[in-house]
Write a protein that binds this ligand. Structure first.
Ligand code: ATP
Ligand code: MG
Length: 442
């Protein structure tokens, strides 16, 4: 029997549920089916947070759901679901999953303890037991607005703790991505991971290396593009899971005695979180460029020192790093191009002739590459000064900027835009360390 929390004893109100989700819940109920809000939405609402999406569980099969709603399509093979579309909102409707012990009408495909397909229908109790964490297995029943707790989820919400349902090792073998979900949800909610749920990370983390790399990319997006990327990153490191997802990053951090790379990564992630908080757009490309930078920069420098021309060295380094990373997390090609461009533009910030400055500024990836340059300011004085130079350069009008630049000779990396002009007037000769104060009026 579940613990039933009647409407009068919880704070989850219909006003907080999206219009689309309410329509689906009532549509199911009116057709004689059960309709429950479930998962992250119930958890977040009980915690007083705004849910990311509203998932619904029902005893109607996907086909029955499709017949009920005109705006419905069935998706997924591994996990068959109905999507009901209301303008920009997509409400995900899942049929209660069963244990598969009896003679149910459905199919589940398990290989070496891993669940590859799960389309066995069952009761709500069974559905609760198949979910990952106890706090994710709470149901809000549209029939009487009560919250149903079959597994002790309320207790964990009160303790701010993530506990797995069932035996942790078995549940991670069934689906290794649950380890990442533990780290992600702990970071997002500020919960602790129950020691029994985190204990297997060390021995079972490697299972993530066999998880489909496309699914890991999706999971990375949820971890790093939802407003809590810095805490997710730290949690992944603490849980020893980062090395299975970003071996390249972990290797580079191991050689980062000065902490410069860590600083770049943490500032990059914090910046991404801040942008999301302000409602500004973010791209996975920038994020991956940040996470993989340490290795690509080292490799490019090595190749260049071995006599490979600079642009070729960058190309090769980028290719190697992306190939290695791609084995773990499948980065879609369009983002791959963007990442490589952000990197490849970095050495071009040192070129200060008029033609090259204007060409770089007109590059479609200039803005991202410039933001990236600013993150690198801890690397050396030259990089920091370069960042300042380009900040100044953008503050000038095109005419002012053009005026201040030498047509052919490159200025020294540390010079603000205005000094180049002064020097040109002096005959283009310059001595080291003679940088004049930038003049915003120039
Ligand atoms: P978020 O707030 O990020 O959406 P969520 O918990 O709602 O977090 P979803 O991916 O939306 O995450 O999943 C919805 C629900 O489906 C979860 O709360 C959980 O009950 C169940 N679920 C999702 N992934 C798994 C999994 N790998 N194994 C078991 N149950 C899962
Ligand atoms: Mg959700």
């Amino acid at each position: 029997m579940p613990r039933v929390i009647p409407r009068a004893q919880h704070n989850l109100s219909r006003k907080q549920i999206s219009r689309g989700a309410l329509k689906v819940l009532y549509g199911l109920k009116d057709a004689g089916f059960r309709g429950c809000l479930v998962g992250g939405a119930v958890r977040d609402l009980l915690l007083g947070r705004r849910p990311k999406d509203f998932d619904i569980a029902t005893d109607a099969t996907p086909e029955e759901v499709r017949k009920l709603f005109r705006n419905c399509r069935l998706i997924g093979r591994r996990f068959r679901l109905a999507h009901v579309v209301f303008g920009p909102e997509i409400v995900e409707v899942a049929t209660f999953r069963g244990t598969g012990d009896g003679e149910e009408n459905g199919d589940r495909h398990v290989v070496d303890g891993r669940i590859l397909r799960d389309n066995v229908w069952g009761s709500i109790e069974e559905d609760a037991l198949r979910r990952d964490f106890r706090v994710n297995a709470l149901y809000y029943d549209i029939a009487d607005f009560s919250v149903l707790d079959y597994v002790g989820g309320i207790e964990d919400l009160e303790d701010r703790r993530l506990r797995l349902i069932g035996d942790p090792a078995t549940r991670y073998h069934e689906d290794p991505v649950r380890m990442l979900r533990a780290a992600r949800l702990a970071a997002k909610l500020g919960f602790t991971i129950d020691p029994a749920a985190s204990a297997p990370f060390h021995d079972l983390g490697h299972l993530l290396e066999e998880a489909p790399s496309a699914r890991l990319f999706d999971e990375c997006q949820k971890m790093f593009l939802a407003g809590y990327s810095l805490s997710s990153f730290r949690m992944l490191e603490q849980c020893e899971l980062l090395r299975h997802l970003f071996p390249v990053t972990v290797r580079a951090l191991a050689h980062d005695a000065s902490g410069v790379l860590r600083d770049l990564i943490e500032r990059g992630l914090a910046g991404t979180d801040a942008r999301i908080a302000e409602g500004r757009p973010v791209t996975p490309a920038f994020l991956f460029a940040v996470l993989l930078w340490g290795e690509v920069a080292t490799l490019a420098a090595q190749l260049h020192a071995d006599g490979v021309a600079q642009s070729l060295a960058w190309q090769r380094a980028a290719h190697r790093v992306m190939t290695e990373q791609g084995k773990r997390v499948a980065i879609p090609r369009r983002f791959g191009y963007a990442i490589e461009e952000i990197w490849a533009l970095q050495p071009r910030f040192a070129e200060r002739t008029r033609k090259r400055v204007f060409r770089l500024m007109a590059h479609p990836r200039f803005r991202a590459a410039y933001d990236f340059l600013l993150l690198r300011s801890g690397e050396s004085d030259a990089v920091r000064e370069s960042g300042e130079w380009w900040t100044q350069a953008q503050a000038l009008s095109p005419e002012q900027l053009s005026e201040s630049l030498a047509p052919k000779t490159a200025a020294s990396p540390g010079d603000p835009p205005t000094t180049a002009r002064r020097r040109r007037h002096r005959g283009g000769r310059r001595g080291k360390g003679s940088a004049a104060k930038p003049d915003p009026q120039a």
